[in-house]
Every structure is written in C-alpha cells, then in structure tokens.
Ligand binder design. Structure first.
Ligand SMILES: Cc1ncc(COP(=O)(O)O)c(C=O)c1O
Length: 419
C-alpha cells in the first residue's frame, strides 16, 4: 500500500510554498529569453583556472584529510581569513565568533532554528530577501514589515512596528536585495539606537557590501553596535578597533565574490551564539564540505580574493550603467527605478494600479524576464506594481537588447486600450 504522504507532513510544511523565483527560472531557461530574473553572478567572472590549480594543491598537500569528516565550526585557516577580511571593515572578531555555513542561506535557516518559535514575530524590510522569508516561514514565523525608500529602512516607521514585539529584525544595509538601496549612515546610527532602546537584536545580512561601485564605504551595523557598547564614535578615516560584542548577528557569503556553487557563507556572532549554531548545524549537515572550504581558502588567500573583487566591481558597475542608460532611453514616462551604488539588483516601480505579474507574462512573450515585486513581500498581496531587475548576469549586449524589449512591453501595457 502506498503511503498518503500529505497526511503525514508536519504542520510547518503548510507555510512552505515553492518559490516563484524557482518556478520562473525554469520558464526563463529557454535560450531565446534574456533573463534579468535570477540573482546570478556573471559566470565569466568565476576564476575557473584558479580553482583548478587550487584543487590540485589541496589534494597534493592535504591528501585524504581534504576528503575526511571535519569540525562543524569550519576550516580554521578559512575562518582566520574571514576574521582578517572582516577586520578591514572594522568588524573585530576572533575565530570563536565565526561559523562557516553552507551558503548564507544556511545561516538564515540556522537563525530560524535557533530563534523562532511557532508564531514568533520577525520584523523585516518591505520588500525583503525572499530566501529569508522561505527559511523562516518553515519555522512558523509571523512577519511584520517596515517599508524602505532610497535611503533604506524607514526609521521613522520603525518604533511603531517594534511595539508589536518582534523577536528580531532582519536588515540588509548594503545594496538591498531586491531594492538595490543602501541604508544611510544617519539611519544606521538611529537603527542601532532604537534596537538598543527596545532590546530587539538585529540580523545583518550583507552579501553585497564588498561590491560597492562608488561612494564611501559605510560601517556595518555590527561595528556601530560595538562602538555604541564601547562608547566610541566611528569615523570613516579611523576604522575603530572595536571588539565583537553583539546585539547584531552578521552574515555574509563567498557566493557573490568567488562563486555561488561553492555554497560557502559565514556567521559572525558572540561565541555563545556560535556554539548554539554549531549544535543546530550538526543536525543539518554535520559540517560544510571540508574539501570545498580548503579549495576556497587556497583560491582566496594571498590577496587573490581582494584583487578579484576589484575586477567584479568594475564589470558590474559597467553593467549597471548600461542598464540604467538603456532604461532611460527605452522605458516610458512614469516608470521609476532605484539607482544602486553597488550589488546586483535594481527595483522598478510602475503606476500603482499596475500588476507586474501580468506584465511578466507579456515580457516572457517578448523573450525577456524579471521577478515580480510581490514575491518579496511577506504578504504577497501588497504592492503588485514593482519588479526586480538583475544586472550582473547578462552580458552588456544582452542588457541593451533585453531592456529594449522590456521598454516595448511597458509601452504596450501602459498604453490605454481605446474603447
Ligand atoms: C540578501 C541575501 N541573503 C542571502 C543570500 C543567500 O546567498 P548564499 O546562500 O548563496 O550565500 C542571498 C542570495 O542571493 C541574498 O541576496
């Protein structure tokens, strides 16, 4: 007798929907489609030869040890490299504050496993990263939201939302996915202040912080938080020598700076939180692939990563500029968009009554694709009039061509039909 599995699924599965992005990506894999939908890095930037050489070195130098089980915390030299790298951004942590995860997606899942009881409220930006919503819905979180504008999270609306008593806030300060916007320095300070006053911790997700094309680097929330606790003042010319204290849990990834297929990310948190994450991670995968960690370390070390990131910034800045120029040329009046100073995405808003999912159907008929904005709202019914464009994955030629096609689609859907 075959088991009727649906009777046996746990209650938490009721909130697990298949991601619209995944369904869309299937649709947009046809070669004739120019897709601005996925958050994919430029594949031609993956340092394939460096990986080939590093793989050989790892196997020669470490042999069977590279293929053996390893510690949950992660490969020590890689954690040391991360500590050193973050130190350059003012985040002064020790290896005891760092856990290697299988992508920062796993870090989000770990946070959910560690912090969320069924029915707990999580405060997010609106819109926010879909993967976090997916991870935390499975732990039966409820969401409250605060909108973003060109300077990031609307701090003026934050206190009202905090009155709902969220367990934690989830914030993407740099080149937000999906909005492309960056939290201003003043708002960062205000956010840390308010979080402290209300006693609500912050999860800072920062996959794109290193991919700044222009403007001044802004201090991570985790640094400002440590400064506040230590009674110091951050100035841009004087990276603070703060130590990791922790109302903020910080996470980042090698997905956008080396390659997403590695599935390598990390969490920085107080050592006691890391110890709990380690226990939670053991039930998930024991540890992140030791072989992959060793190879990534071999590739990244001795300044390779920093130089590689410089090249990625140049390529993505060029693609952003081409996309912005093409939009200015081809998009009809009344369409608005953000101008990201880094990262991979920008956000387009149509007139309020428009539904971007319907626009997508027309776009796919014109062989071009994006992600409708509603996907990024915890409550999918809000704000149907926006969509996300990725500018890192398509070539400059494809960007020009694809935005031209999208311009035609927008002209068509925005033109009133004569009655
Ligand atoms: C904001 C944000 N967080 C986390 C992730 C997950 O990244 P990964 O699991 O590849 O490290 C992404 C990927 O696009 C992202 O945009």
């Amino acid at each position: 007798m075959s088991t009727p599995w649906h009777h046996r699924y746990a209650q938490r599965t009721q909130r697990m929907g298949s991601s619209m992005i995944r369904e869309l990506l299937k649709l947009t894999q046809k070669p004739e489609i120019i897709s601005f939908a996925g958050g994919l890095p430029a594949p031609e930037m993956f340092p394939v030869e460096a990986f080939e050489a590093a793989t050989q070195r790892v196997l020669r130098q470490h042999g069977s040890q590279a293929l053996q089980y390893s510690t949950t915390e992660g490969y020590l030299p890689l954690r040391e490299l991360i500590v050193e790298k973050m130190g350059r951004y003012g985040i002064e942590a020790s290896v005891d504050n760092v856990l290697i995860t299988s992508g920062s997606q796993q870090a989000l899942d770990l946070i959910g496993k560690l912090l969320i009881n069924p029915g707990d409220l999580v405060l997010t930006e609106q819109p926010t990263y879909l993967g976090a919503l997916q991870a935390w819905r499975a732990y039966q979180a409820e969401f409250s939201t605060v909108p973003i504008d060109d300077d990031g999270l609307r701090i003026d609306l934050l206190e009202e939302a905090l009155c709902g008593g969220p367990k934690f806030m989830y914030v993407l300060p740099n080149f937000q996915n999906p909005g492309g916007v960056t939290l201003s320095y003043e708002r960062r300070l205000a956010l840390i202040d308010i979080a402290d006053r209300y006693g609500v911790p912050i999860i800072e997700d920062d996959p794109y912080g290193e991919l700044r094309f222009e403007g001044e680097h802004l201090p991570p929330l985790v640094v400002l938080d440590a400064d506040k606790l230590n009674g110091r003042q951050y100035t841009n010319h004087n990276i603070p020598n703060s130590y990791f204290k922790g109302n903020v849990i910080y996470m980042s990834t090698f997905s956008k700076t080396l390659a997403p297929g590695l599935r390598l990310g990390w969490i920085v948190a107080p050592a006691s939180v890391i110890q709990h994450c380690v226990m939670a991670k053991q039930g998930m995968d024991l540890h992140t692939s030791s072989f992959v960690q060793m190879v990534a370390y071999e590739v990244a070390k001795d300044g390779f990563l920093a130089e590689h990131v410089r090249q990625i910034r140049q390529v993505y800045r060029e693609r952003r500029d081409i996309m912005l120029a093409a939009m200015a040329e081809h998009f009809p009046p009344g369409v608005r968009w953000t101008t990201p100073k880094g990262g991979l995405f920008l956000w387009v808003s149509l007139a309020e009554e428009m539904d971007s999912t319907a626009v997508l159907q027309e776009a796919i008929a014109h062989n071009v694709a994006f992600v409708p904005g509603a996907t990024f709202y915890p409550d999918n019914d809000q704000q149907k009039n926006s969509f996300r464009l990725n500018f890192s994955n398509a070539t400059p030629e494809q960007i020009g061509e694809g935005i031209g096609r999208l311009g035609q689609v927008l002209e068509k859907v925005l033109t009133p039909v004569p009655v």
